[in-house]
Design a protein around this ligand. Sequence first.
Ligand SMILES: C[S@@+](CC[C@H](N)C(=O)[O-])C[C@H]1O[C@@H](n2cnc3c(N)ncnc32)[C@H](O)[C@@H]1O
Length: 220
Amino acid sequence: MSNGSMSFNQSTVDPEDVKRHSKLAESWWDLNGPMKLLHAYNSVRQALAELGANMTGIDASEELVEVAKEHTYNNPSIISNNPTYYFTTVEQHSEQFRNHYDAVVASEIIEHVMDKELFVKSCVKTLKPGGIIFITTPSKTRFTQIFSIFFAENILGMIPKGTHQYDKLMTPEQLKLLLNQNNCPVEVTRGITFNPLTSRFSLTDSTRMTFAVKAVKNAN
Ligand SMILES: C[S@@+](CC[C@H](N)C(=O)[O-])C[C@H]1O[C@@H](n2cnc3c(N)ncnc32)[C@H](O)[C@@H]1O
């Protein structure tokens, strides 16, 4: 990796997707800006660095890694826990950090990657045996296609246009299979829904919109 570019042989990176996200760098932390739904989503996720966890963050966008660093420097509750950030992909990171982490969180990433098998394999590779992985992603359903993509992106402008492609989404069963194939059985699957009237996300039993899985890497 050099000068803001990375070379990809077998890669999870969709360069167009990373470019699209990088363009949002300046307004990333604007709570009422284009990423406002991602901020609202934090109500069902935990701010681990703020809670005192020893965190490492990675992203395939150099601009967004810089945004994360700057946000950290400006937040005493985060910087005191000294998080580390890398501009890299998980497949590259997993070469150096094999069997390393107690937990991996991949929230709203897998729907953007090219090679989902490599992505899951690499995430699991970075986990210690017994380590936990949490993944959240929109469900591959007609509901998502109509409401989260067509209306939210193209009509209402609640999500930047072009953020999601239906063909790149997964069902909970497809993700479960990939994790199982990588020695990491899924223990919990939960649905997540968004109420446009209150602009709030909440956990639910239905996985038709978005879902979260928790899987644990087997010890052998
Ligand atoms: C929707 S944002 C989610 C950001 C963050 N995880 C969150 O939920 O707030 C998707 C992020 O995935 C990153 N990304 C896309 N493809 C990637 C890949 N193959 N490896 C690592 N990061 C990737 C993008 O640069 C972008 O920052």
